[in-house]
Every structure is written in structure tokens, then in C-alpha cells.
Design a protein around this ligand. Structure first.
Ligand code: CDP
Length: 215
């Protein structure tokens, strides 16, 4: 897996912003793996597939009718870009993402994003499971309070009315589920550079990542 940069870490840590920045700098493709899990969650809700219907979920994951076109997400030709950004969809995504068979069903689709000239892969298990041989691996962290603050700011910018206590609670619940699940739990790869971003600006984090990329 040449020229793959993995960026893993919990919710609201700034992976998406860093991934966009690195894509601009390098001209590499982007894999927003969270958007795949969110699209799957959206599809399960839309098609009425219950969360305990394992064959139904795996079938949907294997044949997920989703296309990523520029910055838009299309589900059966319908634009769901803003629909998948809600905390409701995120909560369902984190539940279906805990199912090993579902993760396995999405593996090939994610690997297929690795095309020349290279890939910036944003997620939870990019460096550990999907691209274990990636030459550059980053793992971002930040305190739960800081991550909730960033998420609130992001949602406000999208025009969503938010309650900071609720967001903090949602983020902590999802983190706990991501960290403690049996299949691909959220842990840094052994060879990942860990960056605690709590007291860093976006510019600082981007610069640190660039240094690592070109060192
Ligand atoms: O935007 P945020 O970081 O909160 O979430 P996301 O990256 O869009 O991912 C939504 C959910 O999908 C996460 O809470 C994870 O449970 C799950 N996910 C995962 O299990 N593995 C990935 N590679 C990416 C996301």
C-alpha cells in the first residue's frame, strides 16, 4: 500500500479538517470512512432494516447504493450529504459499526480507494485494519470537553441547533462504544504518530502532519 496516509482517532478531534488539508497539499484521494458507516446507517433507517437483522445489514453493506461525488454523498441518486451529518445518524452508525460482519463487508470497498497518486484515509481503524502497511500513520486525540466544543462549533456552522451537554454525552457514548467493541476497536497502530491536539490550533496540527509526511 504505497502512498497511503492514515488518520485515526475519536469523534470531533479534527481528522476531517486535517484530511481535507492533506488532500489539498498532496493531490491524493480522500477516504472518509465515517461517511460510509453513516451512509450505511442512513440506508438501514431508510429501508427499515432492524439493527438486529444481521443478514439484512450485511447485505446492505455489501451492496451499499452509495456514491461519493466530489463533496456530495448520493444514496440511490438522492443527495444525503447533510442528512448523514446528524447526531441521530452518527449514533446508529456507531451501533452498526460494532458488528464484525458489517465491518468485514465494508473492507474491500474501503481498500479500493487506494488509487494513484495516493490516499488520505480518515477513520477509526485505517492504520490498524484497513491499511496496516501504510507508510504514514497519524492518531489524533483531544480531551472530551475540547472535542465536544469543536463538534458544537461545526454543527452550529451547519445551522444545526445544539445543546453542548447533549453533544458531550453523545460523543462520550460513541467513543466508549468505538473503544470497547471487540472488532477493530479504536486504538492507535503501534507505528502511528500520536498527536494530542487539545491545545493545538488547526494550523499547528496540519504542520506537524506535513513534517511527518515529508520527513
Ligand atoms: O464525525 P465523527 O468523527 O463523529 O464520526 P465519523 O467519523 O463520521 O464516524 C461515525 C461513526 O462510524 C463512528 O462513531 C464510528 O463508530 C464509526 N466508524 C468506524 O467504526 N470505523 C471507521 N473507520 C469510521 C467510522
Amino acid at each position: 500500500t504505497n502512498s497511503v496516509v492514515t488518520i485515526d482517532g475519536p469523534s470531533g478531534v479534527g481528522k476531517g479538517t486535517l484530511a481535507q488539508f492533506l488532500c489539498c497539499k498532496t493531490g491524493f484521494h480522500l477516504l472518509d470512512s465515517g461517511a460510509i458507516y453513516r451512509s450505511l446507517a442512513y440506508g438501514a433507517l431508510e429501508e427499515g432494516i432492524a439493527f438486529d437483522n444481521l443478514p439484512g445489514l450485511v447485505d446492505l453493506a455489501e451492496n451499499l447504493p452509495v456514491k461519493f461525488i466530489e463533496n456530495s454523498i448520493l444514496y440511490r441518486e438522492k443527495d444525503i450529504t447533510s442528512k448523514v451529518r446528524t447526531e441521530e445518524v452518527a449514533a446508529v452508525a456507531s451501533k452498526v459499526a460494532a458488528i464484525p460482519e458489517v465491518r468485514a463487508a465494508l473492507l474491500k470497498r474501503q481498500k479500493d480507494f487506494a488509487q494513484p497518486p495516493g490516499l488520505i484515509a480518515d477513520g477509526r481503524d485505517m492504520g490498524t485494519v484497513v491499511f496496516p502497511h501504510a507508510p504514514v500513520k497519524l492518531f489524533l486525540t483531544a480531551s472530551a470537553e475540547e472535542r465536544a466544543k469543536r463538534r458544537v462549533k461545526q454543527l452550529k456552522n451547519q445551522g444545526v441547533d445544539v445543546n453542548i451537554r447533549q453533544i458531550t454525552q453523545d460523543i462520550m457514548e460513541r467513543d466508549e462504544r468505538d473503544r470497547t467493541r471487540k472488532s477493530s476497536p479504536l486504538v492507535p497502530a503501534e507505528d502511528a504518530l500520536e498527536i494530542d491536539t487539545t491545545d493545538l490550533s488547526i494550523e499547528d496540527v496540519c504542520q506537524m502532519a506535513l513534517n511527518k509526511l515529508y520527513d
